[in-house]
Design a protein around this ligand. Structure first.
Ligand code: GLU
Length: 316
């Protein structure tokens, strides 16, 4: 009998479906487990994971927007959820991205609005944005879009750390605890609503939302197309019975031109082929419209995998 070379046997075995290597998982950077990015990323990955023959999709906790943009640029993750203002800044090399412009950043779709939110203790005497001066204020953890946008707002106002009694950088879970334990007077959180952590905090201690309006905000909106007026609906949280005016951005899904057409296509197809299911996974998704998601609040070019799917559906 003719002898079969053992290497041949091995390679035939390994390439047979029974021994096929599982595809590398798709990685999607989200935010803190307390936020809505984490919920959104998990909802997206669940849709990928319930589709046969696709690579596994993993939604990873992170410090959110800026952290995700850095991790995409470094090739540590393939997709990430980021605020539309920081998508713009990273692609164009503006603001804190001046020395790390990412030409390869690609948009996939936008999701829901994120009004810039300030929440304060009722006993801290904070009714307007101006009243934050001299208080114990949390601007958000390093790497978050919350902190990055809060810094833009404080700079526009001409405020520095010296204008506060304390300027803290706690992550969201610690921030809500500190608000209720009287470790903070107020905190910012650039998040979609309703947010579970804010709901729980406003039900366990006396807090209210603070409007963010006035000349400084109007000028920011005029100067930057990614900002718009935004309102947090009345009674979204205990203690705030009126609608609260603010300004805001969008949560968006982005990736890199280095990620293959097929992998991004698989994610996009999983979401939009199952769009009704996706919309039911959180109240903030209930009114989403495909036609708006594929064009609003996107400043980086669309990824080729997204374009392929949108063309197939006749949307482009
Ligand atoms: N927009 C926030 C940020 O980038 C994250 C919000 C969330 O986790 O839902 O910091």
């Amino acid at each position: 009998m003719k002898k079969i070379p053992s290497l041949f046997v091995l390679s035939t075995l390994l390439s047979s479906p029974l021994y096929a290597q599982p595809a590398k998982p798709i990685t999607l950077g989200t935010g803190s487990e307390t936020g809505l990015y984490y919920v959104t990323g998990n909802a997206i990955c669940q849709l990928v994971n319930r589709t046969d023959n696709l690579p596994d999709c993993k939604a990873l906790a992170s410090d959110a927007s800026v952290d995700n943009l850095n991790a995409i640029a470094n090739g540590q993750i393939e997709l990430g959820i980021v605020q539309s203002d920081w998508q713009y800044n990273a692609y164009n090399g503006v603001g804190s991205f001046a020395d790390k412009k990412n030409d390869k950043l690609r948009a996939v779709f936008s999701i829901y609005p994120e009004p810039f939110t300030i929440i304060a203790r009722d006993d801290a005497n904070i009714k307007t944005f101006e009243d934050l001066k001299g208080k114990r204020f949390n601007i958000g953890v390093d790497g978050s879009g919350t902190q990055a946008t809060a810094n833009v707002l404080l700079n526009a106002k001409g405020w520095t750390a010296a204008d506060f009694k304390v300027l803290d950088k706690l992550p969201p879970a610690e921030m809500v605890k500190a608000l209720c334990n009287n470790g903070l007077d107020a905190a910012s959180y650039n998040v979609g609503h309703p947010n579970t952590a804010l709901k729980e905090a406003t039900e366990s201690c006396d807090l209210h939302l603070v409007p963010i309006t006035g000349e400084v905000v109007d000028k920011l909106i005029q100067a930057h197309s990614y900002y718009a007026k935004a309102t947090i609906p009345a009674k979204t949280y205990n203690g705030t019975d009126q609608a609260v005016d603010s300004f805001g951005v969008y949560a968006t899904l982005v990736t890199s031109a280095d990620v293959s057409e097929e992998r991004v296509y698989d994610v996009v197809k999983s979401v939009f082929d199952n769009f009704e299911r996706f919309k039911k996974s959180h109240p903030a998704f209930a009114n989403l419209k495909e036609s708006e998601m594929i064009k609003n609040a996107l400043s980086a070019p669309l990824h080729e995998g997204a374009i392929k799917y949108y063309k197939e559906r006749g949307w482009l």
